[in-house]
Design a protein around this ligand. Structure first.
Ligand code: FAD
Ligand code: NA
Length: 387
């Protein structure tokens, strides 16, 4: 494609949604660039060649949404299984069903409680600290759920996620810690939930499958930037600080090291995700991918399973940025980058890296649809300025 109408940087959900809308609805020629060797951004998955189990290469991805428009949109490209996500957590030799609910409370305190009794217990235990007075994450958590549940289910896990003692973390990292006074243990509470029947890569490939869309992989935008910026509209979904050469300083991120292995058993842990709450255990979670697709059981190699140990840490230069740390310093830098971004001619910034925001997939798709409605369509069909 020698003369694209629009250049999209990043072939993740945000970039592909923009590309698909502009090609399909407006008939534009869209050039999508990605520096990786595959499409899909962090939602990319592939079948493990030995076991035929689908592995999400950048961490487990579960689709869920309550947004009707997003649900209608994604169903054009894939159908979804009826998978319902559940998470279990180990602590001191016991396995509990998360999120914190009546079953967990009963098991943890070794006694049955009615919903009212459990409410009264947690209210009493959390009265130790008033939420307004909490000066760090530990105090905030205790003020919300009490010390016993905090120490078992928040303290060690949070310390490992942040490599920081929770007394040294900001109270506003958590706003609430929901406790369910029922036995309901579904992880998400959205209207729609499921996994793409043929996998994430088939879904993402279908989004890009249009004669007016060209995806160019292993192409770093910064190598070709001068060919496009100021000449043709660009939607950039890479890291905003990197776009400006880190002129205001680097934004900080956490990353996750994913250690994948094939184990010699048909079933390693009986479920997809087990959290490890003990601080002495170095990893935060183990994922066993085959459990995300029980309907594919016959296609999986018997006697083996693919698991991934996850280790969380601060990202260094060259690591994959996963979760914004979002310190006060980061927020100050972000404001400066936003000013620079607003002045960049005909370049729109979007997606999780371009806006320095954790976005679930449905949020990335929803925000790309909004950018299409509010900026790209008015520009291409009515000549509105791109800002
Ligand atoms: P990305 O998917 O990151 O895509 C950005 C793309 O831009 C990348 O492919 C990158 O290579 C490319 N790029 C960057 N810079 C350049 C450059 N200079 N030149 C060319 N290309 C460039 N969401 C859920 O809904 N459910 C989940 O269970 C879930 N689990 C997650 C688990 C983890 C560990 C993480 C990190 C995220 C998870 N998410 C989940 C969120 C999901 O990954 C995001 O919503 C989605 O990736 C956002 O899409 P995006 O297009 O904004 O960004
Ligand atoms: Na309290």
């Amino acid at each position: 494609m020698s003369n694209p109408d629009l250049v999209v940087v990043g072939a993740g959900f945000f970039g592909l949604t923009v590309a698909e809308r502009c090609a399909n609805e407006l008939g534009l020629n869209v050039l999508v660039l990605d520096r990786r060797s595959h499409i899909g951004g962090n939602a990319y998955s592939e079948r493990d060649p030995e076991t035929n189990v689908e592995v999400h290469k950048y961490g487990a991805h579960l689709f869920h949404t309550s947004n009707e428009r997003v649900w209608d949109y994604v169903n054009r490209f894939t159908s979804f299984t009826d998978y319902k996500h559940r998470v279990f957590g180990k602590y001191q030799g016991q396995v509990y069903s998360l999120p914190m609910n009546l079953g967990l409370i009963n098991q943890f305190f070794g006694q049955s409680h009615t919903p009212d009794e459990a409410r009264a217990l947690i209210k009493e235990q959390s009265s130790e600290i008033a939420t307004e007075d909490a000066s760090n994450l530990e105090e905030k958590a205790i003020s919300l759920i009490g010390r016993p549940l905090y120490e078992a289910f928040i303290k060690g896990y949070t310390a490992k996620q942040w490599q920081t003692d929770p007394t040294q973390l900001s109270a506003d990292i958590i706003t609430r810690l929901p406790v369910r006074y029922t036995f309901q243990n579904g992880w998400f509470s959205d209207t729609y939930e499921g996994l793409p029947v043929d996998g994430y890569t088939a879904w993402l490939t279908k989004m890009a499958d249009h004669p007016h869309i060209e995806v160019r992989l292993e192409t770093d935008f910064f190598d070709v930037k001068d060919d496009y910026v100021g000449k043709v509209p660009v939607v950039y979904t890479g890291p905003v600080d990197e776009y400006f050469g880190n002129s205001e300083g680097r934004l900080s991120w956490r990353t996750v090291d994913l250690e994948e292995s094939v184990v010699e058993t048909d079933d390693f842990q009986g479920t997809g995700v087990v959290n490890y709450n003990d601080q002495e255990v170095p990893y935060t979670r183990i994922i066993e991918f085959k459990h995300f697709h029980p309907e594919r059981e016959k296609t999986h190699l018997p006697g083996k399973s693919v698991i991934v140990h996850e280790y969380s840490r601060f990202a260094e230069e060259g690591d994959e940025p996963y979760y914004p740390v979002n310190t006060a310093e980061d927020r100050a830098k972000l404001l400066k980058y936003r000013d620079l971004a607003a002045k960049e001619p005909m370049v729109l910034f979007g997606g999780r890296l371009g806006t320095y925001k954790y976005l679930d997939m449905h949020m990335a798709i929803g925000s790309a649809l909004s950018m299409y409605d509010n900026k790209l369509k008015p520009h291409f069909s009515e000549g509105a300025e791109l800002t």
